[in-house]
Design a binder for this molecule. Structure first.
Ligand code: GLS
Length: 820
């Protein structure tokens, strides 16, 4: 059923009117960008009606609300996704065609709201989509960064970062809500005052700088259920219109500083994935959005409930990694200082309201703040953390009398630092990892002591992705084919895909499946030609690794193997070799020098390989510039091979792996993260698994014994590849890649040379790649593998993940918005 608003004539009229009102132009005169705005406003109009309707339903039904607290929401473009979820994509496409417009071009005008780095932020976005689709009341709480993830340009093979001014033309899918503004306080001191009535100390925060947090709401539409939830992201404004009397009092400095604080606090997203920069501004960002979000949540609760001690019955705060963990102490502060509760009562509520998700074991990602910085910036919150820590240490001592090792390892404050993960575990009632293997590693390695002390808190929630964006929107050809075969129910029940298994030996179906893949490869080839100026052959194997650039993800292993293949082809021109296109896409954190060098290496190898006529185009290497959600959709749809080659134990889950699988690309990967579960679903015969296990890796890490030098000395082909890094093969500057070479071999590297076991896994990887080639040559076998990957991907929907969170952690109520 299509809403009246999406009735074609009605829709066209509205678009024309919006162009007129917004720009005083006719459709013919308007730019594509202006038309995008006009179309978006028309769509937003429909959404707002459902938004109001959802609000009404929530007020009436009073469901428990989950607040998903996250520094990152990597939303990607909203227009197309909203149309999919409103069930109006087809109608709108036709209506636009009748106006002489191409929906793809209109969609392309939208900036990618890139308020996140990678998997962690994109997961948050998928979760919001699933929560709305499954009829749960949820708020995403985050920051409205003025500049999102930087735009990556490749110049002379190097990554160059350009600011992402996504708000430049105004963003149509947001709504400023000044009436819900909150004040957030930084710095100052705490004055203690005796309260003779209550017979206890009162803590008064004074001399602080204040910032006004102003929320902007973005609608999150559920699929075909009229539900519209809210992503609430906070902007910072100077407090001037609250109390600009500083000038009168001559406190000029303070007024200017407050103004500065407001300007800088939400200015930019830190572009680090899996890495903590430790900057003061980052802690300010964290407290800023956490405090504002909690204040708003409690104010909302109090509007319709008068007993704050029952907060946990209606509210749960899910902390997306340690980034928002200061929420624990801020909630305590609000309950004690503002609501007047005693410590025990406040603690009881807090520990029933807060839950924590761990997203990584990478030690450099674990957040630790120097006491000096923390207590200076958030004096009252720090006091509360000290008290939480004091009480927790007593508990440790009770449980393990005389065992000071335990205190050393588990204390929240230790060695001059505040350890945010420890705070989250102690105060959260649930601690979850994001894939089965990851959760096991948390329990048995990284968080072993905590698991032993409080095993009941630990649980696993394997990540998932939304099929609405990554199949329905991103791969319309395959989506239509699937619907044709098994009906449309997969859109909200991805387990239905298993019905496709009956086509695994059906030649016609396999042919159709591969024809769609080919068309998607043509679409990507066109994109690559337009954006990279490189011609690639859609008949070749599209072997793709797209994700953040990090040494543990081992893009280096991939490109070293490309060099190895290149050497092989050069040495044996007669060799039977199926043409391959190796496609990379990755942003490196702006300060991560080695990661940026790896990008340069990939581009230098591409230069040599792509321009070597002697290899007859058998190998191509492409680095896609500015990998982001919008081009990701095109890339997943076109992949033959999904590269998931992290060092086992390092990738907590991965979610790109799931997007490739859904789109029918077999995994070439290690037994890491969710790859383990992917293989379990699809069968080992439909994946290409290689490399050391996480146990082997952890064993080497704990006990030593790994010797890349030995491999270098005994394997001449590997040695040749490594020598080519420093002998001018890929750069006339022989020092260009010295650091990469040294990272693999130099004994001075801490904690060891080749930290991520690239040489150790090289042969096994090359052999797996050989198996890929053999499998691909057998067209029927490959088609079957590809189709089975799609058919077996049902588990990896974020709908399943969210339902597990609801059943085991959040206990939310379903809400009905759409009347039948
Ligand atoms: C991450 C992990 O590195 C990914 O493996 C995981 O899939 C993702 C979502 O759980 O979280 N952690 C992180 O800091 N960035 C990520 O992408």
């Amino acid at each position: 059923m299509i809403d009246k608003q999406f009735e074609k004539e009605e829709f066209k009229k509205s678009v024309k009117e919006n162009v007129k009102f917004l720009y005083r132009k006719t459709l013919e005169e308007a730019t594509q960008e202006q038309i995008f705005q006009a179309v978006s406003y028309t769509v937003k109009d429909v959404i707002i009606d459902n938004w109001l309707k959802s609000q009404k339903a929530y007020e009436k039904q009073d469901p428990k609300i989950v607040y998903y607290m996250s520094m990152e929401f990597l939303m990607g473009r909203a227009l197309g996704n909203n149309l999919i979820n409103l069930g109006a994509y087809g109608e709108v496409k036709e209506a636009l065609e009748e106006l002489g417009l191409d929906i793809n071009c209109i969609e392309d005008q939208e900036p990618d709201p890139a308020l996140g780095n990678g998997g962690l932020g994109r997961l948050a976005a998928c979760f919001l989509d699933s929560l709305a689709t499954l009829n749960y009341c949820a708020y995403g709480c985050g920051i409205r960064y003025r500049y999102g993830m930087f735009k990556q340009e490749i110049r002379d093979g190097y990554q160059v970062e350009a600011p992402d001014n996504w708000l430049k033309n105004g963003y149509p899918f947001e709504l400023r809500r000044p009436e819900y503004a909150k004040e957030v306080h930084f710095g100052g001191y705490v004055r203690v005052e005796w309260d003779p009535v209550k017979n206890e100390n009162k803590f008064i925060h004074e001399g602080y700088q204040a910032v006004k947090a102003v929320p902007y709401d973005m609608p999150i539409t559920g699929y075909n259920n009229d539900v519209v939830n809210t992503l609430r992201i906070w902007d910072a404004e100077p407090i001037v219109d609250f109390n600009l009397d500083s000038f009168d009092k001559g406190d000029y400095h303070n007024a200017v500083e407050q103004e500065n604080l407001a300007r800088t606090i939400v200015e930019v997203l830190y572009p680090n994935d899996n890495h903590m920069a430790g900057k003061e501004l980052r802690l300010k960002q964290q407290y800023f959005f956490v405090s504002a979000s909690l204040q708003a949540a409690i104010a909302k609760y109090k509007k319709t409930h008068d007993d704050i001690t029952k907060l946990h019955e209606k509210v749960v705060f899910q902390m997306n990694d340690t980034h928002p963990t200061v929420a624990v102490a801020e909630l305590m502060r609000i309950l004690i200082d503002e609501e007047g509760l005693g410590w025990d009562q406040a603690w009881d509520i807090t520990t029933k309201c807060c839950a924590y998700t761990n997203h990584t074991i990478m030690s450099e990602a674990l957040e630790k703040w120097p006491i000096e910085l923390f207590s200076r910036l958030l004096p009252r919150v720090y006091q509360i953390i000290e008290e939480i820590n004091r009480r927790f240490i007593l508990e440790i001592q009770q449980k393990y009398p005389g065992n000071f090792e335990k205190i050393k390892k588990m204390a929240i404050i230790y060695d001059g630092q505040v350890k945010m993960a420890h705070l989250a575990i102690v105060a959260g009632y649930s601690v979850n990892g994001v894939a089965r293997l990851h959760t096991e590693i948390l329990k048995n390695q990284e968080l072993k002591d905590f698991y032993e002390m409080m095993p009941e808190k630990f649980n696993n929630k394997t990540n998932g992705i939304t099929q609405r964006r990554f199949l329905a929107h991103g791969n319309p050809l395959l989506a239509d084919w699937v619907t044709d075969k098994i009906g449309p129910d997969w859109i909200t029940d991805l387990s239905q895909l298993s019905k496709l298994k009956v086509y695994a030996d059906d030649e016609k179906a396999l042919q159709e499946f591969m024809t769609i893949k080919f068309k998607n490869k043509e679409r990507l080839a066109k994109y690559i030609l337009e954006h990279n100026g490189v011609e690639v052959d859609p008949h070749s194997i599209f072997d793709i690794q797209v994700k953040r650039l990090h040494e543990y993800k081992r893009q280096l292993l991939n490109i070293l193997h490309v060099i190895y293949l290149y050497n092989q082809i050069k040495a044996h021109p007669e060799m039977d070799f199926y043409p391959r296109t190796f496609i990379f896409g990755a942003k490196a954190s702006a300060a991560y020098a080695r990661a940026k060098k790896i990008i340069k290496l990939i581009n230098c190898v591409a230069d040599v390989v792509n321009n070597d006529a002697s290899i007859n185009g058998k190998l191509k290497v492409v680095f896609i510039e500015n990998y982001r959600v919008s081009n990701a959709e095109i890339i997943f749809a076109a992949a033959d091979v999904s590269e998931q080659i992290s060092t086992a134990s390092k990738e907590a889950s991965g979610t790109g792996n799931m997007k490739f699988m859904l789109n029918g690309a077999p995994t070439l990967g290690t037994m890491d993260g969710a790859n383990v579960e992917i293989v379990q679903e699809v069968g080992e015969e439909n994946a290409f698994i290689f490399g050391m296990s996480s146990d082997q890796i952890i064993n080497y890490e704990n006990n030593g014994g790994y010797d890349p030098d030995f491999i270098y000395n005994t394997d001449p082909e590997i040695r040749q590849v490594l020598m080519q890094l420093i002998n001018g093969t890929f750069s006339s500057d022989t020092e260009m890649f010295r650091d990469i070479y040294n990272s693999l071999l130099d004994k001075r590297n801490m904690p060891r040379p080749d930290q991520y076991f690239i040489l150790g896994d090289f042969r096994s990887y090359a052999e797996a790649q050989k198996r890929v080639e053999e499998a691909y040559k057998d067209e029927k076998r490959w088609a079957k593998m590809a189709l089975l990957n799609t058919a077996c991907s049902g588990k990896f929907t974020s709908d399943r993940t969210i339902q597990e969170y609801v059943d085991d952690i959040w206990h939310l109520d379903k809400v009905v918005v759409k009347e039948n």
